[in-house]
Write a protein that binds this ligand. Structure first.
Ligand SMILES: [Zn+2]
Length: 161
């Protein structure tokens, strides 16, 4: 992966920036720095961020919050979901359920997500390898390993000796 999305050149930069801003906002609130946005063409419909810490809501991953903020949509078939981090199994299930055809991902280095499942269901996945998304997650994982483990339903790592 060279970070240059050459194969699929076009994506909505405003939508991705909205996702990054949402992640930064979450981080500034002491929350998990993952943001997402839903877009239809050039229109950014809504954005959201992980709300596990802010609202005590374990289901409110960034993608879920953005979809909730977007409200009812007649169809998702002409939409793209933008997210700063590779989607987990729950969010991947929602993407498949809503028939969202395309996902643009900030980074998949700190968490691999479910690309294989997405692609097996015909979802196009574009990874930007965005440095800001990576840096936010890496710092957060180092500073709050228990919180990160909780978000992805892993047992917390032992304290370093
Ligand atoms: Zn998720």
């Amino acid at each position: 992966m060279n970070g240059q999305p050459s194969e699929y050149a076009a994506y909505n930069e405003d939508a991705f920036e909205a996702a990054v801003r949402a992640a930064q906002k979450s981080l500034s609130e002491g929350g998990i720095p993952i943001g997402a946005a839903l877009a239809r063409g050039n229109e950014v419909i809504a954005s959201g961020h992980n709300e596990r810490v802010q609202h005590g809501d374990p289901i409110a991953h960034g993608e879920m919050s953005a979809l909730r903020a977007a409200g009812r949509q007649r169809s998702y078939r002409d939409t793209t979901l933008y997210t700063t981090l590779a989607p987990c199994a729950m969010c991947t299930g929602t993407i498949i359920q809503f028939k969202i055809p395309r996902v643009v991902v900030g980074e998949a280095r700190t968490f691999p997500g479910e690309f294989e499942l997405l692609r097996s269901r015909g979802v196009e996945v574009l990874v930007l390898d965005d440095q800001r998304s990576f840096d936010m997650m890496r710092s957060f994982q180092q500073d709050h390993p228990e919180l990160w483990a909780e978000d992805i339903a892993e047992d917390a790592l032992p304290e370093p000796a």
